[in-house]
Design a protein around this ligand. Structure first.
Ligand code: FAD
Length: 321
């Protein structure tokens, strides 16, 4: 059975986030040969539509309004509900990002729909669309199907591969004019913590430091390695609590969940709360002085040694590649 699926294109700093393309791929699976309609909400977003087509969107709908320049739950939900009422999709996919996590339950509640959140895989099996999602902080996975009504899901970034980019693909774009009213929140200014380089939650390579890094300066060799590998720097809560880095870098149960291709844990013991945020990384490398450290139990490669010796050696070797 083919269906129409609506996918949210997420924009940050006038650029589409990668998870938008992953959501299109998810939408394609759910649509079973139907139509994938990408939605862009914001101000001056129309210039971004072509990339959505390149990654497989069949059609794009934009909602532009100066009140949508920055995200507010009220503004975005009004815009999206209007598109949903107009398009009447049978499926909806958002990224499981800060925005998606905030917005999707609000919209699902308004539509009186269920929501499958944080899906890491979607497949067709036995005539059903089967969603896989982690439970118990990533220690187990459950499979879910929607038996009735709208198929509404959020997908975890970096888990579902985008379709192959086809720069010749184009499609029809339409704009919907929505009157945004009664905003209970007005964003006056966005002050972002200076996060250098790659976005941690979408990074393909993460170099994370723990209390073993010992100081703010101790993060410098990690930043260098991240630079060479085109990755992002993350941290354990131990390092954040010790004030070696900002909490925006924290990975784990009460921090960010990351699924990079490569995770290098430096001076991190591997507490269960930290593992909750990174144990699904594709390849885990642990560097720790203590051969008994728990992190080695989840690591694919372990290096017992002083991170201040090992990390610069790795940087030097990777620089040669
Ligand atoms: P430590 O446990 O102190 O480990 C430091 C490691 O560095 C040690 O293994 C040591 O051998 C090694 N080391 C020291 N020097 C060197 C060196 N020179 N070279 C190599 N290795 C070295 N933690 C998180 O990370 N994320 C969370 O989201 C999170 N949420 C939590 C929620 C709750 C409710 C609670 C109770 C705790 C949470 N924690 C979280 C904290 C967690 O339990 C641990 O305390 C924390 O992860 C420890 O951080 P760490 O591994 O950096 O420090």
């Amino acid at each position: 059975m083919s269906r129409k699926v609506l996918v949210l294109g997420e924009v940050r700093d006038q650029q589409l986030r990668n998870v938008s393309f992953e959501a299109i791929a998810a939408g394609k699976t759910i649509s079973e040969g139907g139509e994938v309609v990408a939605v862009l909400v914001g101000e001056n977003v129309a210039s971004l539509t072509s990339e959505l087509f390149h990654y497989g969107a069949d059609r794009v709908v934009t909602v532009e309004n100066e009140k949508l320049l920055t995200y507010t739950p009220d503004g975005y939900s009004q815009a999206l509900i209007s598109v949903i009422e107009e398009e009447k999709p049978e499926g909806i996919v958002f990224g499981h990002t800060s925005l998606g996590k905030d917005l999707s339950p609000k919209i699902a509640a308004k539509l009186n729909s269920g929501l499958i959140s944080d899906a890491t895989a979607i497949e067709i099996a036995g005539g059903n669309i089967v969603f896989t999602r982690p439970i118990y902080s990533g220690k187990a996975f459950e499979k879910k199907i929607v038996t009735d009504g709208l198929i509404f899901a959020t997908i975890r970034p970096n888990n579902i591969n985008p379709l192959k980019k086809d720069e010749t693909k184009t499609g029809e774009t339409s704009s919907l004019s929505v009157e945004i009213k009664d905003l209970r929140t007005i964003v006056k200014e966005v002050v972002r913590k200076a996060s250098e380089g790659v976005d941690l939650s979408e990074a393909k390579v993460v170099i994370a430091g723990g209390r073993g890094v010992k100081s703010e300066e101790g993060f410098e060799p990690l930043k260098e390695l991240a630079n060479v590998l085109g990755g992002a720097v993350g941290a354990s809560r131990g390092a954040c609590d010790a004030d070696y880095c900002d909490y925006s870098l924290q990975i784990g149960q009460t921090g960010k969940v990351v699924t990079p291709d490569l995770y290098i844990a430096c001076g991190i013991s591997g507490a269960i709360q930290h593992l909750a945020g990174m144990s699904n990384a594709k390849v885990i490398v642990a560097i720790n002085k203590d051969p008994e450290a728990n992190i080695f139990k989840v690591a694919d490669y372990g290096i017992v040694g002083d991170l201040f010796e090992v990390v610069p050696l790795l940087t030097e070797e990777f620089r040669k590649l």
